[in-house]
Design a protein around this ligand. Structure first.
Ligand code: PLP
Length: 364
């Protein structure tokens, strides 16, 4: 049997060997990281070392990292203080679903309209602007530094969802001017259910989870030591040349896909993009059909963002970009990661090329 090809890293990436080893070691630690005895101190040492690794990786102060159960929680905590909040219409649902968030228009490439942001900031007091660095469906990068400057001029905070950017594009929260950032372990080869919120000013933060004094009272609940250890190990295992390698693979994939299928469309092709995500449309064939057929051929991709309900709904990202519904419905997401090889790309292109040959215009 031929091995399967996994090209859904934007949904979740396979565990890196270094993360698996760190998790295994941490699972054998008996202590609670809040306990004062030797066993507790051993667990605490793992958590604090991870905090230093992650802070260094994003250019933030170590004391600003708050470990969470993932980026959904980090986004909710960052936006939980209330007040009027603005977010690009293409943000992840964990941002858009927060009470008080108003969506802002994006252009046809999915980039925030900075003029719309400036106008909305002038209209009324805004507590926070949320803007992702890289979009999870298209990889398109947002003008975060420019938005941060506008937000600060109006007295608002800037929260950046850096989930898809971390490890793929240079990430320096200080240089971006961000006030907070959400990170997730499993998108870069760490475990699922672990993440972090970075805060520029941790003392001004209102915790979402209250109770125990963990994380300097910023996130109650016993620390997930194994998850935290795996997160830091995954971040530490990112090769310096990994992003360039993925960018080259993605460029080949897109160029070959467009050569094989003359009406294929790469969504957001001309915008600056993260190196690991391609939103690829095969006009006339429903994305769900492509995903199922590719799955049968041994290739895992997704129809837009991984859908938590298991159903394929029309993408709010592509809708906000003004992509025609028929084209949006025929768009799949192919996403690469640390374990992707050029043989994987060839297998995808073979299977997708076969599909294109079989497609019927009335399939949608
Ligand atoms: N933000 C973005 C851009 C994402 O892609 C995801 C994952 O789908 C999340 C937030 C949520 O992350 P988590 O799965 O850690 O809750």
């Amino acid at each position: 049997m031929t091995a399967r090809v996994y090209l859904d890293h934007a949904a979740s990436s396979p565990l890196r060997p270094a993360a698996r080893a760190a998790i295994g070691r941490a699972l054998d630690l008996a202590g609670n990281a809040s306990s004062v005895h030797a066993e507790g101190r051993a667990a605490r040492a793992v958590v604090e070392a991870a905090r230093r690794t992650l802070a260094a990786a994003i250019g933030g102060a170590t004391g600003g990292i708050v470990f969470t159960s993932g980026a959904t929680e980090a986004n909710a905590a960052a936006l939980g203080a209330g007040g009027r909040m603005l977010a690009a219409a293409v943000e992840h649902p964990s941002v858009l679903a927060q009470p008080g968030v108003e969506p802002l228009a994006v252009d046809s490439a999915g980039r925030l309209d900075l003029q719309a942001l400036a106008t909305a900031l002038e209209e009324r007091d805004v507590a926070c602007v949320a803007l992702m660095l890289a979009n999870n469906e298209t990889g398109v990068l947002q003008p975060v530094a420019e938005a941060a400057a506008l937000a600060h001029r109006a007295g608002a905070r800037l929260h950046v969802d850096a989930v898809q950017a971390f490890g793929r594009v240079p990430l320096d929260v200080a240089a971006l001017g961000a006030d907070s950032a959400a990170l997730s372990a499993h998108k870069l080869g760490g475990p699922k259910g672990a993440g972090a919120l970075w805060l520029r000013d941790p003392d001004a933060f209102h915790p979402l989870l209250r109770g125990g004094g963990q994380e300097h009272r910023r996130r109650a609940g016993t620390e997930n030591v194994a998850g935290i250890a795996g997160f830091a190990a995954a971040a530490g295992a990112i090769e310096p040349e990994e992003a360039d390698r993925l960018a080259a693979l993605c460029r080949t994939l897109e160029a070959e896909a467009c050569r094989l299928v003359e009406d294929a469309v790469v969504i957001g092709a001309d915008a600056p993009r993260a190196p690991h995500i391609t939103a690829l449309a095969l006009p006339g064939m429903a994305a769900a059909t492509q995903v199922m057929a590719l799955d049968l051929a041994g290739v895992a991709v997704s129809a837009g963002a991984a859908c938590s309900s298991g159903k394929v709904a029309r993408s709010h990202v592509l809708a906000a970009m003004g992509v025609a519904p028929a084209l949006a419905d025929s768009t799949i997401r192919v996403s690469l990661g640390w374990s992707t090889t050029s043989a994987d790309i060839d297998r995808f292109l073979d299977a997708w090329g076969d599909l294109a040959r079989r497609r019927r215009k009335d399939a949608l």
